[in-house]
Design a protein around this ligand. Structure first.
Ligand SMILES: [Zn+2]
Length: 301
């Protein structure tokens, strides 16, 4: 039974709702050290997917993670919404991936594991990943129901039919098994995803989900994949900036006001306590912690 603890490293401030250099610096000075300390206490090796822009803003953050023996992966170049891979052409995706790979590899050496920003990708991404020398992707959340109010959620409806166990991606549809060389290692989910975001919003739902996923792993050898962001364990004092995505009152209430409240729940050291419990339960249950590239190699052998 394998457990992949994965982390997306980006310069996004959750309370301020924007990407900025200040947050990148804070991720390096506070988020990563807190997280690396937690992982060292559990004596586990993890995968950290960096955006190219994060690497450019704080190159030392890559050295820091690498020095702790974790795997460095790629989270594309830019996390901006207009650079979501599924809205770009094949040529544009290739440019983004090449740019990201170049900057990350200049700091980390050879990388081969990938996760798409906002978990948005399409069939062309599979081709572009092969072209740029990646071997695995971890962006699909099988059987997660995304609700009607998130970005790209219509496309993510396909997730409901995606295979639960790792599979080689198809060029035609990313939620089907195919002949590409890219191994999809799905993020664990069942209606809700096994992620820091859901964990912070509802520790109870996460606990139920965890029980199911651990049982499933024991029965089917499906690996458990948890997704966390170092920016979730940053302290924040000040005024949060909500997004207003709609002018319709009810939509605004549900999509913006409530979401915003939930988004800020358990940020900072609280998130680490919750994550600490999950990692302890996983060890106790008998999981072995591996990185995405270690898992991919084992799968191919
Ligand atoms: Zn991300």
């Amino acid at each position: 039974m394998y457990f992949l603890m994965t982390n997306d490293v980006e310069s996004f401030s959750i309370p301020l709702n924007r990407y900025d250099a200040e947050t990148a610096e804070k991720v390096y000075k506070q988020g990563l050290p807190r997280l690396l300390d937690l992982y060292a206490r559990h004596d586990i090796k993890c995968t950290f997917y960096f955006t190219g822009t994060m690497c450019e803003l704080v190159p030392d953050s890559v050295d820091l993670v690498k020095a702790h023996g974790h795997e460095i992966g790629c989270h594309s170049y830019s996390h901006a919404e207009d650079k979501a891979l599924d809205v770009l052409s094949y040529a544009e995706q290739l440019t983004e991936l090449k740019k990201a790979k170049k900057v990350i590899e200049s700091l980390a050496g050879k990388i081969e594991s990938f996760r798409a920003p906002a978990l948005r990708l399409n069939g062309d991404t599979v081709k572009a990943l092969e072209e740029t020398g990646f071997t695995s992707d971890s962006s699909i959340c099988p059987q997660r129901f995304d609700g009607p109010f998130t970005f790209g959620s219509k496309r993510k409806l396909k997730w409901l039919v995606a295979p639960r166990k790792p599979y080689f991606l198809s060029y035609e549809s990313i939620t089907r098994k195919g002949n590409s060389k890219i191994l999809e290692i799905p993020i664990s989910a069942l209606l809700f995803s096994f992620t820091g975001t859901v964990m912070r919003r509802s520790p109870v739902i996460t606990k139920l989900l965890q029980n199911y996923l651990f049982f499933e792993a024991k029965r089917t050898e499906k690996p458990v994949v948890f997704l966390f962001h170092p920016n979730e364990c940053l302290d924040f004092s000040g005024k949060a900036v909500p997004t207003r995505r709609t002018t319709n009152f009810f939509e605004h209430l549900f999509a913006d006001v409530i979401r915003q409240k939930l988004k800020l729940k358990n940020l900072g050291t609280n998130s680490l306590k919750l994550l600490d419990e999950i990692l302890a339960s996983a060890s106790e249950y008998g999981f072995e912690f591996v990185t995405a590239s270690e898992y991919t190699k084992m799968y191919k052998d």
